[in-house]
Design a protein. Structure first.
Length: 155
């Protein structure tokens, strides 16, 4: 493991650190994913545009939850955006592939009504599976001084 710029060592790549980083990412992804799928389902969209909207909003909210604290710490927009991209991109990509894959794999989930247990159950399952798959990936990335390790010193 190397050190970060300015002599900051990457955080310990513990399961707790990885779970915390993944939960942070999951929060933003879940907000975007739920909002996107709710809007698309309400509008009666098919699977492809529904997923596209959900993914777009997941990235938006995922990055936003990293950007806001960085800006509050006094970082300029350019630095904050670069750090958010470095911290969250891999995690969000993995999470989005997994949770949308689960939604597509559950029969009828993408066509279920917003009031159905199938829709909400499949969505909850998809986010849980995404968390379980992404956590070990984040542990490996953080251990290399990448991913959420790049913003750790600003927390």
């Amino acid at each position: 493991m190397g050190t970060e710029p300015h002599g900051h060592a990457p955080p310990k790549a513990s399961w707790g650190t990885a779970a915390s980083a993944t939960l942070h990412c999951l929060t933003g992804c879940a907000i975007g994913e739920i909002l996107g799928l709710v809007i698309a389902t309400w509008l009666g969209w098919t699977a492809a545009p529904s997923i596209a909207l959900a993914v777009l909003l997941a990235f938006f909210f995922g990055y936003l939850l990293t950007l806001v604290p960085l800006r509050r710490r006094g970082l300029n927009w350019r630095t904050a955006i670069r750090l958010a991209l470095a911290a969250d991109t891999v995690s969000i990509i993995v999470m989005e592939i997994v949770d949308n894959g689960v939604m597509l794999a559950v029969p009828g989930a993408m066509d279920a009504a917003l009031t159905s247990a199938l829709f909400w159950g499949a969505l909850a399952l998809s986010l849980l599976v995404a968390f379980l798959v992404t956590t070990p990936i984040n542990k490996w990335i953080i251990g290399r001084g990448k991913g959420h390790a790049v913003v750790h010193r600003y927390h």
